[in-house]
Design a protein around this ligand. Sequence first.
Ligand SMILES: [Zn+2]
Length: 275
Amino acid sequence: MRYCRFPEISRFLFQKKRITVLYYHDISNDNFKWQVEYLKAHYNIIDLITLRDFLNGEKQNLPDYSLLITFDDGHIGNYQLLETIKANKIRPVIFLTASIIGTNNAFWFKIPFANNSFKDNLKRIPDNERRAILETGYKQFLTKNIPDALTFEQIQEMAGFVDFQSHTMDHPCLPNSDDTIAEYEISNSKVVIEGLVSKPVYAFAYPNGNYCDRDINLLIKHGYKLAFSAKGGFVNKNTNPHTIPRLSINDTNNLGEFILRTSGIWHLMKKVKIK
Ligand SMILES: [Zn+2]
């Protein structure tokens, strides 16, 4: 499909005057390198402050084809990307899971469960039940010999080149969490990350992309100016700053797939269930 002109047309129609936000998790540096080269050739890569000022109304215009690169979770592999980030003078955002960074604790969703439907179910049940199941049945997987997430030293080294923002403390499904837990996840992660990088934390990425009105209100109460979802689409000046859409990018070495994902076509195909 990339040999036809769909991605090019989509770029022109939907991305020229809108902002595209990509989200990654744990891409290898080999793939990130060529992907950044492609992005630099086709988009204007912006940083988080620029997007914040635009959505706050402090900045009226952004360059055509503006694009922001974000990462969720704070995987230790993100450290390997630092050279590429520096060499290309880009400033991506990494949303950190604040209770996992700097420890040997595991991301719970990387536990080798018997099947994916079990894992998906853990995202649907009340959060205290999810925690109880992990604590009783999977305790041996919750700590590792080597870290799953970035270490404090890595984060401090990267902080001159990356904006570190919040992805909660423990990566729960927020709408399934009670009010006290949700508020703790949102407020305490901000305190922890600000303490670590000595810079304001004002942006948030919803774990698994899930949120409810209560979560948005808590974010506003605790001073978050921006929050990013996992629903596809593009950003314009009327976008709700607390439900910013993003396009999912994976660790692919396939240029065709990457072009389909960054242009939004992949998301569209998923929506109309072509794939
Ligand atoms: Zn996540």
